[in-house]
Design a protein around this ligand. Structure first.
Ligand SMILES: Nc1ncnc2c1ncn2[C@@H]1O[C@H](COP(=O)(O)OP(=O)(O)OP(=O)(O)O)[C@@H](O)[C@H]1O
Ligand SMILES: Nc1ccn([C@@H]2O[C@H](COP(=O)(O)O)[C@@H](O)[C@H]2O)c(=O)n1
Length: 228
């Protein structure tokens, strides 16, 4: 067995509870690389929608995965996600992607392709990766694992504010349904379902500010770093 020298932080949890927010802030503070694994599943979903890929057609799915190239490109303060050299960072946040992404994410071939890329991205670099199966499947040996949750109504309110501030026409009802729908599919699918890793620490941020949640994970990191 080879010893790993990089530090891996896995942040998993339910939809819209603030995983990317805390992961991004933590990565910035520690000068680690932040990887939003959900954005990768969203990129695949966008490609499937655009190309009209039938998710039941294994050959079409396999061919599509061959044609999909996802890159994370740092650009000033943010990291863009590119699908075959196109910046799709904003497009993948729209509701029509959120409505389909969990269905696409149940496909075994899709998960295998994404997990392999995620593991490659975490080789040798210090990273913070957020998603649903990071602490259980992608990096079961992560140095620190957080499992995030928040009250469903709080999560829906936050997502509603985020999307309406961006000018997207959505109703609270649509958002509540989408979060419940995704959480259900993500937690019950056969392939690497969303679940708390046995060694993950729970962070319920329903009544925490973004500053409080960052402080919580930095304190946890400081303890872990000292014992690594
Ligand atoms: N502690 C907090 N208090 C208030 N708003 C928050 C807090 N943490 C995150 N948010 C806001 O909640 C929304 C959802 O956060 P974020 O996108 O980080 O969640 P996520 O878990 O990564 O979501 P998803 O899994 O759907 O991608 C964002 O608008 C973010 O600014
Ligand atoms: N490791 C992951 C990450 C995400 N998914 C699926 O993608 C959806 C979108 O993720 P967001 O974090 O951007 O909300 C999510 O609902 C999952 O269906 C996944 O399966 N595994």
């Amino acid at each position: 067995m080879t010893t790993r020298h990089n530090f891996i932080i896995a942040i998993d949890g339910f939809s819209s509870c603030g995983k990317s927010t805390v992961a991004k802030a933590l990565a910035k503070k520690l000068k680690f690389v932040f990887i939003d694994s959900g954005a990768m599943y969203r990129a695949v979903t966008l490609y499937f929608i655009r190309e009209g890929i039938d998710v039941e057609d294994d050959a079409a799915v396999a061919q599509a995965l061959e044609n999909i190239h996802i890159d994370f490109i740092p650009n000033l303060e943010k990291t863009e996600i590119h699908l075959n050299d196109e910046d799709i960072s904003d497009e993948i946040r729209q509701m029509y992607i959120s409505d389909k992404v969990s269905e696409v994410s149940t496909i075994k071939a899709v998960r295998q392709a994404m997990v392999a890329q995620q593991q490659k991205l975490g080789r040798r670099r210090n990273i913070v990766m957020d998603g649903r199966d990071i602490g259980t499947t992608v990096f079961p040996d992560a140095d620190m694992k957080i499992f995030m949750t928040a009250d469903p109504q709080v999560r829906a309110n936050r997502r509603y504010l985020e999307l309406t501030n961006k000018g997207e026409q959505v109703t609270m009802d649509e958002i509540v349904k989408n979060l419940a729908h995704r959480d259900h599919i993500d937690s019950t699918r056969e392939e690497s379902p969303l679940r708390k890793a046995d060694d993950a620490i729970i962070l319920n941020n329903s009544y925490m500010t973004q500053e409080d949640q960052l402080k919580f994970v930095i304190e946890e990191y400081t303890k872990r770093r000292a014992s690594k």
